[in-house]
Write a protein that binds this ligand. Structure first.
Ligand SMILES: *[C@@H]1O[C@H](CO)[C@@H](O)[C@H](O)[C@H]1NC(C)=O
Ligand SMILES: *[C@@H]1O[C@H](CO)[C@@H](O)[C@H](O)[C@H]1NC(C)=O
Ligand SMILES: *[C@@H]1O[C@H](CO)[C@@H](O)[C@H](O)[C@H]1NC(C)=O
Ligand SMILES: *[C@@H]1O[C@H](CO)[C@@H](O)[C@H](O)[C@H]1NC(C)=O
Ligand SMILES: *[C@@H]1O[C@H](CO)[C@@H](O)[C@H](O)[C@H]1NC(C)=O
Length: 939
């Protein structure tokens, strides 16, 4: 018996009388040795044993028993086992398993509200593969964008139709020409325009024959992509052959039926299968007479009827080389097959997963290299889950209805459902894109292969195996759909539209981009909220009541014309406009039949006001007169309590389009949309998040197009997506409760989507919700300017992407500003200079003694004078009230003072904010300046 010595210190316990020598190869110092139960974490498989026979170290073969030998009596005291070799793959799988566990827990939580909801049918979403590196997508908003692999990254290239063409609904490639179909039924062709810019543009596709007035509903390209077949809006089949010169062939419709959809045009039989709106299958074969044939079904296969007018999928050679199978769905959502086998047609019913209705078919690419003799079809159910159905080839002899457990559920991505009724797109073998109900795209791919940062796959890279684990990755889409993907750029760099270039300096950025956000983090910011009620927070939400003066303190002031005029509502409900006429400032009184509460919006020169009864009243110009219109009296109108805080971003002209909408909060806590362009008023009830009523609008579309951010009555942040009509909750800690006041958007540059939404917490601290393409969404808590001072009212205007005005509980104005990449507080005090300002104003100039906000001395200056403040007038209090301030010009802000007067703070030079004037108002209690407040009536 050879003797060994155990010398390694950590195993000292064993070493007392052992003769085993084990030396650790690496990492040993980090091993965790738990005294209590004598377990350690083994991190290596390399151990050496000293052999006394050969007097050399030899590598121990694992498992290795540790023996304790005392006087020749050897007993096993332990063993070194092989560690679990966790390859990257296994680590990923483990992670996936945890994710799945988490998901199932979360699903259980949300089961009641979100699981089994029949999704709405999206109208415009489609995916088309143009090449291995390019997918063209029509979004629910009707825009067209391309996901293009530029060699480094997937970038988003915009390809929208001209505004006059309206929304796009699908894309085709015929003879290497890209065509877009508009919702109106017209085709457009993309052309590269020679000349000034070589940007491709869309031109209307006008074939040179009499059929050109046909309007198309849908279409499919033939297998060889040389022809396309369209189903017209009035139900006939037309063929587009030759792109240059194009030629239309009208095949009409089958006798006694129409063409509601083209099921397939890629059959090897060279026929076109169509489905009528009654749900019958027809085929059009131009080589046979008659050309139209109906595929009837018999009573005993009644389950196969009626069919859903939608795209099917034909597969050749499933039963034998000459067979053909056409897979279709019934109106009820069952999978059926029309099979041609040994010259005989028959119907086969494949059924559906339990309790699920199938809504569309996504064929999988056939893996030529694969040894498996099966092929998969994927289905999206009406609840937004994805199922895979495996069809084993050569099934010819299996009797009808006997398909062993072939349905496999892939569920759906976390917090997102697949879009109902819209086929996915297999990009590469094993990697399938599915449009999501929320407008984004998800990729279903094998673990570790695919996802946002993964480029085009070589076919041999992915073999479908039964054991392959599939996971979902969510791919972001552009702002046109209310999401966060930025368009590619013309500048050199990673996100170039044509070729991504990696600069050495950007190396770290790449790893951040690809490794950090784009992996799976994004989806967790957005929590889906179901459509039914009964949420977790609704109880607490009822506790908080809006104070009576909520509307007036948020919407008392509204800018009308930058630097020229603004409106004021008094506590008595009177409307005044402060306007400069021939360089004199005067107050104009606007007459109304009811007392006003606030001004909720300024759109294209018209004001939307709310009166004491909650009616939304529009003050507009009508010819030369000013007129009132009662928006609440319009069909579906409501009483409202709030609207959007700002009418635009500072320094940014708001474009007026023909599709503009404004959002309001109804008295019952619902978000209401009002179509306002061209003075056609039309309401839509956008409801409220299922677990909370809407307390206020934080931002409408200044931060993100098509997104309205709101705070629920429970103090949580939600968003409403105008395109998809969906509510999402934004994740934040349970400890953060937001105050029910509007917010302020800061966007350093309008070229990127990066920016922040500033809000106040219920404790009166400043809270920032920030988006950057690198890190996604992040919450930043800025706290309060001083101990003992909280922030009141709502956040004020912002300037230059780095300055934000706030009001303290001490009646002072605070500036939060960015200085050398760090946020700082500045105390701007309040305009305490008694009536000096007013005097100065009377003589047409500004006061000389400026209170310089940036100057440190200003605070002491204010303190010094504070003593005799009370003496001036009982009714005067120049501390700042919590009324939401408004910007008045490019570099000035108006605040309301506690005595009812207004004060303007102005930017002087680059960074100096100075109280520049006090404006007496007709409602001010501080009477010294009544002279300015005699108002001119304007009815
Ligand atoms: C469909 O509409 C076109 C154009 O309006 C018309 O020429 C054609 O006759 C219509 N076809 C049917 C079947 O109604
Ligand atoms: C494809 O288009 C080219 C010109 O763009 C044309 O010359 C060719 O004939 C077309 N082929 C078919 C099959 O339509
Ligand atoms: C599914 O189809 C059945 C009929 O087979 C129908 O009764 C049911 O309402 C459908 N369910 C959904 C969610 O569409
Ligand atoms: C506006 O319309 C509502 C609903 O018809 C009505 O109750 C309200 O009195 C109207 N207000 C005014 C000022 O006309
Ligand atoms: C904006 O206002 C102008 C002038 O009143 C009007 O002619 C125009 O139609 C308005 N635009 C929209 C989109 O409402």
């Amino acid at each position: 018996m050879s003797m060994f010595h155990l010398t390694f210190a950590i195993w000292g316990l064993l070493s007392v009388s052992c003769f085993i020598v084990v030396v650790c190869a690496s990492w040993c110092p980090y091993q965790i040795f738990q005294q209590s139960n004598q377990r350690f974490q083994q991190k290596t498989d390399k151990f050496w044993v000293f052999s006394e026979q050969t007097e050399t170290w030899v590598e121990a073969k694992l498992p290795y028993d540790l023996l304790s030998c005392v006087n020749g009596d050897c007993r096993k005291v332990g063993s070194i086992l092989q560690t679990d070799k966790k390859s990257t793959q296994e680590v990923l799988e483990l992670k996936h398993k945890l994710d799945e566990q988490k998901r199932s827990v979360e699903n259980k939580d949300s089961k009641l509200e979100a699981e089994d909801v029949v999704l709405p049918q999206r109208k415009r979403i489609s995916l088309s593969k143009i090449s291995e590196t390019s997918v063209w997508i029509t979004g629910e908003s009707g825009s067209i964008y391309e996901r293009f692999w530029n060699g480094m990254e997937w970038v988003i290239v915009p390809h929208d139709l001209p505004v006059s063409a309206g929304s796009a609904i699908s894309i085709f490639v015929i003879n290497q020409t890209i065509l877009a179909l508009s919702e109106a039924g017209k085709l457009y062709q993309i052309r590269v325009q020679l000349g000034e810019s070589s940007q491709p543009i869309w031109v209307e596709f006008t074939p040179t024959d009499p059929e050109k007035n046909l309007l198309m509903k849908s279409g499919v390209a033939s297998r060889d992509e040389q022809r396309a077949y369209f189903c017209t809006k009035n139900g006939s089949l037309v063929e587009l052959a030759w792109v240059e010169p194009s030629r239309w062939i009208n095949h009409g419709q089958p006798a006694g039926a129409n063409v509601a959809a083209i099921a397939d045009a890629s059959s090897t039989r060279e026929v076109v299968y169509t489905i009528s709106s009654a749900g019958d299958l027809y085929e059009y074969d131009r080589k046979s007479k008659p050309s139209w044939k109906r595929h009837i079904w018999h009573e005993r296969t009644a389950q196969a009827a009626p069919l859903m007018p939608s795209k099917g999928c034909s597969l050749p050679g499933l039963s034998d080389d000459h067979s053909e199978s056409l897979f279709l769905l019934t109106k009820e959502g069952t999978l059926v097959e029309r099979k041609l086998h040994q010259r005989k047609w028959k119907w086969v019913v494949h059924g559906r997963p339990q309790d699920q209705n199938l809504t569309c078919i996504t064929p999988a690419l056939q893996d030529e290299s694969s040894e498996t003799s099966s092929i998969s079809l994927f289905f999206t159910t009406s609840f937004g889950s994805v199922f895979e159905y495996q069809i084993v080839k050569q099934l010819g002899l299996v009797p009808n209805n006997q398909f062993p457990g072939a349905w496999k559920s892939h569920q759906h991505p976390l917090h997102a459902k697949a879009a109902r009724g819209i086929a996915g797109l297999q990009l590469y073998i094993g990697r399938i894109l599915f449009p999501l109900n929320d407008g984004r795209i998800a990729e279903l791919h094998p673990l570790g292969q695919g996802g946002e940062s993964s480029g085009p796959s070589q076919p041999q890279n992915i073999r479908r195996k039964a054991s392959t684990k599939y996971v979902w990755s969510i791919l972001d889409v552009p702002e046109s759909e209310g999401w966060n993907a930025e368009y590619c750029t013309n500048e050199r760099g990673l996100r170039n539209c044509l070729t991504g270039i990696k600069d050495e300096s950007e190396e770290s950025v790449i790893s951040l981009v690809t490794g950090r956000r784009k992996q799976s983090q994004t989806q967790n910011h957005y929590l889906s909220v179901g459509t039914s009620g009964g949420g977790r927070l609704i109880q607490s939400s009822e506790e908080y009541n809006t104070p009576d003066d909520w509307i007036i303190s948020n919407f008392r002031l509204r800018l009308m014309d930058l630097g020229k005029s603004f409106f004021l509502i008094t506590d008595d409900g009177l409307i005044f406009e402060y306007i400069s006429i021939e360089s004199a400032w005067i107050w104009l009184k606007h007459e109304s039949s009811t007392a006003m509460k606030g001004i909720l919006s300024n759109y294209n020169g018209s004001l939307f006001m709310v009166d004491a009864y909650g009616s939304l009243l529009l003050r507009e110009r009508s010819g030369k007169e000013l007129a009132w219109r009662n928006c609440t009296a319009v069909r579906k109108g409501r009483n409202v309590i709030g609207g959007q805080p700002w009418d635009g971003l500072p320094g940014q002209e708001r474009k007026v389009t023909t599709e503009d909408t404004l959002f309001f909060v109804s008295k019952t806590g619902r978000l209401m949309k009002l179509m306002v362009s061209l003075k056609k008023l039309k309401w839509k009830d956008c409801r409220n998040p299922p677990d909370a009523k809407v307390a206020c609008i934080v931002d409408q579309e200044l931060f993100r197009k098509n997104i309205v951010f709101v705070i629920g009555i429970n103090g949580r942040l939600y968003q409403y997506n105008k395109v998809t009509d969906l509510w999402h909750e934004h994740y934040h800690s349970q400890h953060l409760v937001l105050s029910q006041f509007s917010g302020t958007v800061i966007r350093p540059s309008l070229k990127t989507l990066s920016g922040s939404l500033f809000m106040l917490s219920r404790e009166g601290g400043l809270v920032e919700y920030q988006w950057s393409s690198l890190y996604g969404w992040n919450w930043v808590e800025h706290g309060t300017p001083n101990r003992g001072v909280t922030l009141v009212g709502s956040t004020g205007p912002s300037f230059e992407g780095n300055q934000l005005f706030l009001i303290g509980s001490d009646g002072k104005v605070y500036l939060r500003y960015m200085d050398k990449m760090a946020w700082k507080w500045k105390d701007c005090g309040f305009p305490y200079v008694g009536n000096k300002l007013v005097e100065a104003h009377r003589h047409g100039g500004f006061q000389k003694e400026k209170v310089d906000c940036i100057d440190e001395d200003s605070a002491s200056y204010l303190k010094k004078d504070q003593g005799n403040f009370g003496d001036l007038s009982i009714k005067c209090d120049s501390k700042v009230a919590s009324t939401r301030p408004i910007p008045f010009s490019e570099g000035s802000v108006l605040f309301e003072l506690r005595d009812g007067r207004l004060a303007e703070i102005q930017l002087v030079g680059k960074r100096e904010w100075v109280w520049s004037r006090i404006i007496g108002t007709p409602a001010s209690l501080c009477l010294e300046n009544y002279w300015t407040t005699v108002a001119y009536n304007l009815s």
